[in-house]
Design a protein. Structure first.
Length: 165
């Protein structure tokens, strides 16, 4: 059993390349069709820019780049998942690019295995668990741990607090 998962939870599943990932539904604010982003100079490579979500500046991150994959290419299914991430007891809203959104699923604790322990070479602390569904695994992300403190501070830096036209 995975620590911190005590009951049946709902997860939004999405695809990055050939892999399926999931985040807790309670962390998802909304799902947007892909919209062009405004580039912000001197930001981390995985930050694609910012978008305007009802008057608020929202950083858009490319999870594929963050996870060492090829850059997300825009297609008819590409979308932005607007998420709430907790950072130093403050909730930050950010957008995550996904190749496609799949569905909302329910997973009981018994269907979730702990994240694999791969030694010090590969970071897996951002994987809350591995959900089992139809002979496949779904990587359940601990969205608060996907980005480091330094990376989130960089997103809060100059250039992200002004409104976007």
């Amino acid at each position: 059993m995975v620590t911190g998962i005590t009951g049946t939870e709902q997860y939004l599943t999405f695809r990055l390349a050939d892999e399926v990932f999931a985040v807790e539904v309670g962390r998802v604010r909304e799902i947007l069709d892909y919209t062009p982003v405004t580039k912000v100079p001197r930001t981390p490579g995985f930050m694609r820019g910012v978008i305007n979500v009802r008057g608020s500046v929202v950083p858009v991150l490319d999870l594929r780049l963050k996870f060492g994959m090829e850059k997300t290419e825009q297609s008819v299914d590409t979308c932005i998942i607007v998420l709430e991430v907790t950072f130093e007891e403050e909730v930050i809203t950010l957008g995550a690019l996904a190749d496609s959104v799949q569905e909302v699923i329910e997973l009981e604790p018994g269907l979730i295995e702990p994240a694999p322990r791969l030694g010090g070479l590969i970071r897996t602390e951002f994987i809350k668990g591995m959900g089992k569904r139809e002979n496949a695994f779904i990587m359940i992300l601990d969205i608060d741990k996907v980005f480091s403190l330094d990376e989130l501070e960089a997103l809060q830096g100059p250039g992200t607090e002004q409104a976007v036209a």
